[in-house]
Each structure stands twice: as structure tokens, then as C-alpha cells.
Design a protein around this ligand. Structure first.
Ligand SMILES: [Zn+2]
Length: 340
């Protein structure tokens, strides 16, 4: 029996700018998509599958974290799966959390079964799923961010960036770089590509200032033309880097639970120190989920975390939501979705 019927009237309109499609679907929907396509899973038992794609242990390593993407990305690796994934994520975010502005990200190169599937079909299917959700929920605004990855060679990442440009008018709003460290990866190799993407009217962000050092973040700021930053909380360690972030009006898209689970942020006291330092230094930030299904969280819970731990006041929470809306990559006029 349903006892807790959600209703918008009691809740704020939320905005989410940093979360990955690979870990944003409810496990039961992912299970259903896998079966729809006849994918052979490592278990025939739903609850074993559930445990396989969610984090269920105390000491999580960066490696554990990235391994969890294997099954979710494989299941999402077809046009049929991508259309349903984006449809479910966009419509579900509105129904469950009253999220009215959202920008899911994904890497099409990790959804083409090693080249068997056509990238254009994968991206277009995602856009179709987004449009279906936006027709059903017309007050929602959404745009897709294409991810580049540190593990891929620059040529493959350039293909993804140019697909983003190709589908700009259909609802791709920007690019991002994610993924674990790789000795061969150099930010300098992406300087021109980031400029090209911005000249084409798209926006750019990058994962930095989380697993790396504040020095690495300072380097990224020097090399790449950016519109905002994913994570980036390491800047709180260096006033000069905070000053640069504030000067360039770059909103940090933070993910509290994700960084706490990975121990990049030690505990809520450490989180409080970081967020208060950012506020005192004029650095804008917003709260996001990163990988909500894997981390068993959602945006309302993440905002509840900073509220209940006494880190931000209600007015400050509203301020972060305003910063998030201001930092959105979705080109639109007020009250009008560009893509419909
Ligand atoms: Zn992320």
C-alpha cells in the first residue's frame, strides 16, 4: 500500500546539473531493460543483480566505484535501451524529486558495444527519450551532456565532442571529461577541442578538484575554457584558486555523498568546513547526486544532508538552487523549452 504520496505543493523545485545516466536508473528499470533486450546477466536473481550494481560495503575504492559502471553501461548499449533510460531518468526525476531543470551526462563510446552500435543512433535515441519525457512534463527543462573519458584516446574523445556539436540543436547542451586517471591523458590535448565546442555554442565542464590535487585543478583552470566545474571542492585548500573560480563565475557542481563514500571528503564536519569556506570566499556551488542509484541517494536526500548536518541554512539552500539554475547549460527563454 502506498502511504507516502508525493505532492509538489510541499516541495521546492530542484535543479540537477551533475549526474551520470549509467547510475541514475532505478535497479528494477535497469533489470527490465536488460530482460527486454535478452542480455545475459551474471545472475538470474533480481536481488543479486541489485547488489551487483549498488555500493554495499564500507571501504569503497575508486576502482570499485568505476567497476560498477560495467553492467549498467552494457545494459544501456542500444538505441532501445537509451531511449527508455533517458525517458525514465527525466520523467522520474520530476515525479520523485520535483526536479524541473536537469542535465544528465553519458559517454556514447561506452554504449556502442565496442563499435557494433552506431553512435548517432545511440545519441538520437537518448534525445528521443528526453523529448518524450518533456512532452509529458512540459514544465521540465532538460539537456544532455556528452562525456569524454580520460581512458579514451584523444581521437575518440574528439569524435564524441563533434557529435555534441552535431546534435546541439536537438538538445545536447555541453561536454564534460570524467573517468579515472590515466598516465597518457593531458589536458593540453583538449584545449582546442574545448574552444571549438564553445565556439559552436555549447558549454563545457570537467571533473576536477576531487580525486586530484588543488594543483591539478589550478592547471585545468589554466588550460581549459570552462563554464562550470564538476566537484572542484579542492579549491577550498587554496585562496588563489578560489579567487580564480569566483572571478570566472564557475559554479562547482558538488556531490556530497559521492565524495564522502570515496573518502575524498572525510566526514560531514569536513564537508561543512569546505562549504563554509566556499561561501565565505564568494565561490558559487550547487548540490548534486553524481551516481544516485549506485549510492542509493537522490537530490532531495543530498540537500537534506547539508540541511540536517547544519551546514547550510534554508536561505543558503535556496541560493545554491538559484546558482544551479543560473549555471544551467540549457539555452532557453523563461518558461519556454527550446526543444519543443
Ligand atoms: Zn561525476
Amino acid at each position: 500500500m502506498v502511504t507516502d504520496i508525493p505532492h509538489r505543493a510541499s516541495r521546492k523545485e530542484l535543479c540537477e546539473l551533475h549526474f551520470h545516466l549509467g547510475q541514475s536508473l532505478e535497479p528494477q528499470i535497469l533489470w527490465s531493460i536488460a530482460h527486454e533486450q535478452g542480455i545475459k546477466l551474471p545472475s538470474k536473481d533480481y536481488w543479486e543483480f541489485h547488489d551487483l550494481i549498488t555500493l554495499n560495503k564500507e571501504d569503497v575504492t575508486w576502482d570499485d566505484y568505476h567497476k560498477l559502471f560495467h553492467w549498467t553501461e552494457l545494459i544501456q548499449s542500444s538505441p532501445v535501451a537509451m531511449e527508455r533510460t533517458v525517458y525514465e531518468v527525466v520523467s522520474g526525476a520530476y515525479r520523485a524529486n520535483n526536479i524541473t531543470v536537469l542535465e544528465p551526462s553519458f559517454n556514447p563510446m561506452f554504449r556502442n558495444r565496442g563499435g557494433e552500435q552506431d553512435l548517432d543512433h545511440i545519441i538520437l535515441a537518448g534525445l528521443r527519450g528526453m523529448e518524450r519525457a518533456l512532452i509529458e512534463f512540459p514544465t521540465v527543462r532538460a539537456g544532455l551532456i556528452l562525456l569524454l573519458d580520460r581512458r579514451l584516446p584523444v581521437e575518440k574523445n574528439a569524435i564524441v565532442a563533434r557529435k555534441a556539436i552535431k546534435y546541439r540543436s536537438r538538445g545536447v547542451v555541453g561536454i564534460d571529461i570524467a573517468g579515472p586517471k590515466n598516465g597518457d591523458f593531458r589536458y593540453e590535448d583538449y584545449r582546442k577541442l574545448y574552444d571549438e565546442v564553445r565556439e559552436a555554442g555549447l558549454k563545457t565542464t570537467v571533473h576536477t578538484g576531487e580525486d586530484g590535487t588543488v594543483e591539478e585543478m589550478a592547471h585545468v583552470l589554466k588550460v581549459l575554457a570552462l563554464d562550470r566545474i564538476n566537484h572542484g571542492f579542492r579549491c577550498a585548500e587554496d585562496p588563489a584558486v578560489m579567487k580564480e573560480v569566483a572571478k570566472r563565475n564557475l559554479c562547482l557542481c558538488l556531490c556530497p555523498t559521492s565524495s564522502l563514500v570515496l573518502k575524498f571528503i572525510k566526514d560531514t564536519a569536513h564537508l561543512k568546513t569546505i562549504l563554509r569556506t566556499l561561501i565565505d570566499s564568494g565561490v558559487k556551488f550547487c548540490v548534486n547526486t553524481d551516481n544516485p542509484s549506485m549510492l542509493k541517494t537522490n537530490l532531495a536526500k543530498e540537500i537534506g544532508l547539508v540541511r540536517d548536518a547544519g551546514i547550510l541554512s534554508e536561505d543558503e539552500i535556496d541560493q545554491t538552487l538559484a546558482w544551479a539554475r543560473e549555471a544551467s547549460f540549457i539555452p532557453t527563454q523563461p518558461g519556454k523549452n527550446l526543444y519543443l
